[in-house]
Design a protein around this ligand. Sequence first.
Ligand SMILES: [Zn+2]
Length: 213
Amino acid sequence: MTRHRVMAPPLMAAAAAAALVAGLMAAPPDPQAGPKAGKAALPPAVTDTRAKARPAHDGDTDDDDAAIDALKKRHLKVPVQGVTRDDLRDTFRQRRGSDRQHEAIDILAARDTPVLAVEDGTIAKLFLSKPGGITIYQYDPSETYVYYYAHLARYADGLIERGRVERGQVIGYVGTSGNAPPNTPHLHFAIFKLTSQKHWWQGTPIDPYPVLK
Ligand SMILES: [Zn+2]
């Protein structure tokens, strides 16, 4: 696995460790690398909650396919209440700028619709980011993957870092925090396969669409 990406600005000490391991420089805090929000009326053309510019998705497709197959078997919950699998659209490879892809799916829903944990697991980080807004990083039970939920209106009451969550539990509410268009509330949902260090901010993006479909 060589496509480690820095997913969000880590703390400085952790960043140094990550840079050593991955051979990458840590992302500066909230670089405005993404396209400006507000021009397009609808996602998926509008948001980029990721923090660092990087090459487009390339190589290692066998690894990615294996991860997709493994995750499909878990029958993950669709992470927005009332949204069915048929409602989902695949926008993982949509271009965001000249050299990046979306690497997530956007799920449209009314503001304040409950956001549900896709699987049992542990809250890795409750992270506020300029592009992603109010976000949640959740480890899966084996800490092989991290699930990322962004543009929330707010967290569910009582949600804490390192706290356990169950599949289907309400963990937050759909909103437009970060760079989401104010008139288009949606959940930006991503899956990352972690490195052996299991840093919540570092991993390989896995297409959530075939996993959830
Ligand atoms: Zn998105």
